[in-house]
Design a protein around this ligand. Structure first.
Ligand code: ATR
Length: 274
């Protein structure tokens, strides 16, 4: 038996324990997933605790995704690029345990699009936000062949993100708020944190029914944007879908087990369909 931890502050509303514990049970694995409320000054000792026996690995969430980076021994490509991680795996070798950080945002996002049948190749995609999540997602959209436009409250951050992408795939920048010109778009992605507290990043802007709306905010209740998009007849990828596929990838990183049984168990543990 081993324990996987969620390190965050606060963690009370996280949907991750229910998803992972359901998957452990469905697969007959003797493990357990536990959320730990870790204030910032306790993060170094919480991460060194992951080197102890009996630990399977960890997820890392707000506000520790960046702070965890120097506390581990190695990083996957997306974590290194975004300087943020949401998963830690442990690798015992020669009497020592090394920790590796992963960022599963990109894969979770791409899987969510694929599962929902959304092909962004040659589509006009507006991404709202230029924070950690956008830094994982925007390169993926560009590499999938989307024509990406970025809008962020802090314009310089959008410019920095655009400049980090290969010139041939480089996004354009649009002014914030990003609602103007939705009629000329195929897909809009909310990669800001707006929606966590019931905000709507597109406020009262009408959503054309042909628009695909992707919201990455993983709230237990639908965000206002998702609710409006469904009411307008848009195709919607809800934040719970990205959460689910990220969780499935963390599970695979820790256990080596992946597949339909894992995803079905996790999906059934969510408060609404994903
Ligand atoms: P995450 O890792 O979830 O992306 P982050 O790196 O803090 O978190 O980024 C949050 C994103 O939401 C940013 O794009 C941020 O805009 P700024 O770069 O201008 O900070 C955006 N955001 C957060 N609160 C916002 C608000 N009240 N209005 C507009 N954008 C907001």
């Amino acid at each position: 038996m081993a324990v996987a931890y969620l390190l965050g502050h606060p963690v009370g509303h996280s949907l991750s324990p229910a998803m992972h514990n359901a998957a452990f049970a469905a697969l007959g694995l003797p493990h357990r997933y536990e959320a730990l409320d870790v204030p910032p000054d306790a993060l170094p000792s919480a991460v060194s605790g992951l080197r102890e026996p009996g630990v399977l690995g960890a997820n890392v969430t707000v506000p520790h995704k960046e702070a965890v980076m120097p506390l581990v021994d190695s990083w996957d490509g997306v974590a290194a690029r975004t300087r943020a991680a949401n998963t830690i795996s442990r690798h015992p070798h020669d009497g020592r345990v090394r920790l590796q950080a992963w960022n599963t945002d990109r894969t979770g996002f791409v899987r969510a699009l694929r599962v929902k049948g959304i092909d962004v190749r040659a589509r006009r995609v507006l991404v709202l936000g230029a924070g950690g999540a956008a830094q994982a997602i925007v390169p993926a959209l560009a590499e999938l062949g989307a024509a990406v436009t970025l809008a962020n409250r802090t314009r310089e951050r959008a410019e920095r993100l655009a400049a980090s992408i290969d010139e041939r795939l480089r996004p354009n920048i649009a002014p914030w708020p990003g609602g103007a010109g939705l009629a000329d778009l195929d897909v809009v992605v909310n990669a800001t944190s707006l929606g966590l507290e019931g905000e709507d990043p597109l406020d009262a802007v009408a959503l054309p029914p042909g628009l695909v709306v992707v919201d990455i905010v993983p709230t237990a209740d639908e965000t206002p944007l998702v609710r409006r998009a469904r009411a307008a007849g848009c195709a919607v990828v809800d934040g719970l879908a990205m959460l689910l596929y990220q969780a499935a990838l963390s599970f695979y990183i820790w256990t080596g087990v992946q597949g339909v049984a894992v995803e079905d168990a996790m999906r059934a543990a969510l408060p609404r369909p994903a």
